[in-house]
Design a protein. Structure first.
Length: 374
């Protein structure tokens, strides 16, 4: 996309330069030629004026030479025969202007065509140079514009990919482009909705498994009591029912284990420092808006095995909470224990209300009107 935007902008610039530059070049060449002819005509008239004011006198060569520009030839003829020539011969290819004084000589001033062509070429090179500068400027502007549009699009695409991978974090990053900002807002809303939906499904699975296991435990106790009966037929049926209940309990355990393993299937080795740096960069616009600073302390080379989306979601949520509900500097720290990696997010705010601490991690509990889903 960036390449197509760049090529499109350069194409428009090239067309504009051609449409404006070619006519400008043609007009400039013609103006230079016309200016040379007008100069020759003016000098011819000046010589005529001099000769008219000095009738019958011998022509002063120095005075006439001062009336003609450098590199030009002055010829004064009487009845077609040159009587005076000043300057270098202009050659066969020259621009010529002639005037005849009534009842007097003919005055001719000429200039080599090569001199005029040289001036026209220099003017053409100046125009070509300006066109090149305009093309380079257009390329730089196009590159900046393409990058300004393509980089946010790539970042939005990465966020959409994270959403598909199970990373439901929201981002405060905006790009001052209404369409992209609208997409970011929709992605944030979708992430919140999907996160709430997934959390409800997990809670439902947890509740259902807990309720089933509780009821199965009670049912197994009743069946075990029935199995104490003296009737062998009743004991056999009770044993068979107990076996089926135990098998059902095992199936429930297997389903829970499978769900936990599925959630951890995307776990991989993650550079914790790099992941924290990415999260901090995403949250920096929100920090700047509230004029807060962030500090990161992470052991060098720290690596942890985790699901990238889950880790990003959790740490990003903690930083977001510190920005929205805390105060002062937000500090993100990471270090290792014997078997685990610990990531801690702190700020200088007042903290959690004392009456909320015992229920802080209970489902649906929130101190700020949130969902309490974590």
């Amino acid at each position: 996309m960036r390449r197509r935007l760049l090529l499109s902008a350069l194409g428009v610039a090239a067309v504009a330069i051609f449409v404006l530059g070619v006519p400008l070049l043609i007009v400039t060449v013609r103006l230079i030629g016309d200016a040379a002819r007008n100069d020759l005509l003016r000098e011819t008239q000046n010589v005529q004026g001099y000769l008219s004011s000095h009738p019958g006198d011998a022509a002063d060569r120095d005075a006439l030479d001062r009336l003609v520009g450098r590199g030009r030839q002055l010829t004064i003829s009487q009845r077609g025969n040159p009587t005076l020539q000043l300057g270098e011969p202009s050659g066969a290819h020259a621009i010529v202007q002639s005037e005849t004084v009534r009842g007097g000589p003919t005055v001719t001033v000429s200039e080599p065509l090569g001199d005029v062509r040289s001036t026209q070429i220099r003017a053409g090179l100046v125009i070509a140079g300006l066109a090149l500068v305009a093309a380079v400027a257009a390329a730089l502007v196009a590159r900046y514009s393409a990058r300004r549009l393509s980089v946010p699009l790539l970042q939005v695409a990465d966020r959409a990919a994270d959403l598909g991978a199970g990373n439901f974090h929201t981002s405060s990053r905006r790009y001052a482009i209404p369409e992209l900002d609208r997409i970011c807002a929709v992605l944030d809303h979708s992430a919140e909705e999907i996160a709430a939906l997934v959390q409800r499904e997990r809670d439902l699975a947890s509740d259902v498994s807990h309720q089933l296991r509780t009821r199965l435990a009670a049912l197994q106790i009743r069946i075990e009591e029935i199995a104490l009966c003296d009737d062998p037929v009743v004991r056999a049926e009770a044993a068979a029912a107990l076996e089926q209940a135990e098998r059902l309990s095992g199936v429930i355990d297997e389903l829970l284990v499978h769900a936990r393993h599925a959630r951890a299937a995307g776990a991989e080795q993650i550079e914790v420092g790099r992941e924290i740096a990415t999260i901090v960069d995403e949250q920096r616009p929100a920090l700047d808006r509230v004029k807060r600073t962030v500090s990161v302390r992470c052991e060098p080379g720290l690596v942890a095995r985790a699901t990238p989306g889950r880790l990003h979601q959790v740490v990003s949520g903690l930083v977001d909470n510190a920005i929205g509900h805390g105060a002062g500097t937000v500090e993100v720290s990471a270090w290792t224990t014997l078997r685990n990696v610990v990531i801690e997010v702190t700020d200088e705010g007042p903290g959690v209300a004392p009456d909320l601490v015992p229920r802080l991690f209970d489902r649906g509990v929130s101190g700020s009107g949130g969902t309490g889903l974590g």
